[in-house]
Ligand binder design. Sequence first.
Ligand code: SF4
Ligand code: SF4
Length: 194
Amino acid sequence: MFNILRQVSDYAKGTLEAAKYIGQGLAVTFDHMQRRPITVQYPYEKLIPSERFRGRIHFEFDKCISCEVCVRVCPINLPVVDWEFNKAVKKKELKHYSIDFGVCIFCANCVEYCPTNCLSMTEEYELSAYDRHELNYDNVALGRLPYKVTQDPMVTPLREFAYLPKGVVEPHDLPSGSQRSGKRPEEIVQETES
Ligand code: SF4
Ligand code: SF4
């Protein structure tokens, strides 16, 4: 008897949960139905990449200690760390470093695990090339910092939907200084710590 009651109660709970999730999904759909499409006139207008965007990797040659941790944590062992052992100072000496962005999956494992923080993800996503071999970046190409969308005089930067003020869906002609809805990552970290 109790067994049957428990089964009925579990079934009712499951049905209610399913109805709740369907309702949440439909709420998102109906919310989108009220919005007008917004056209970004690329390349004259560009969306500002989010704070955690994983674009082309930046590499600082002087900080690298040739430990090859980046190679071991990479799912495809991609970074090429070319070093020689310097007997005089008993240390590895970095000769050459490269990452092939034609193969990289931008997972950021290498960036997370590098012990000297000499790797970082940038906001650069325009990596198209006619020859795939041009995507194999050496340490010089990796050391170049990208031009920020917000600093490019030829481009009108636009905020992504998540960075617009509450209730605003149109990123064009936003009044300057308008605050985005929600909290910034550093505010969330501060709140968690306190
Ligand atoms: S993990 Fe960092 S320090 Fe070590 S070889 Fe890679 S880039 Fe250099
Ligand atoms: S981002 Fe991922 S795939 Fe690309 S080099 Fe780093 S670890 Fe490898």
